[in-house]
Design a protein around this ligand. Structure first.
Ligand SMILES: [Zn+2]
Length: 86
């Protein structure tokens, strides 16, 4: 273990399976912190990701189970898959 690792700082003290306005749409990619992604609609933990590509460093958009369908429709309407072949 890396002892110089900064301590984990949760965004809010609300459990991740609870809605939280302050976390809506937050995708956090920070050195030393876990990759965190919250639903843009409610602020719960985003289980279903669209457009995420860890190799390219694209965090994507993440939705909870409740908003997954709406999120997927929105994602496809906005152009679908990850842009490629630029
Ligand atoms: Zn949600």
């Amino acid at each position: 273990m890396d002892e110089n690792r900064p301590p984990y700082r949760p965004l809010t003290d609300t459990p991740v399976d609870q809605p939280d306005e302050r976390r809506r749409g937050v995708v956090r990619v920070e050195p030393g912190q876990p990759f965190e992604h919250f639903c843009p609609d409610c602020g719960r933990w985003g289980t279903f990701g669209f457009g995420s590509d860890s190799i390219k460093g694209i965090p994507g958009v993440w939705y909870c189970a409740e908003h997954r369908e709406a999120g997927e429709r929105r994602w496809k309407a906005a152009g679908g898959l990850v842009a490629s072949g630029d």
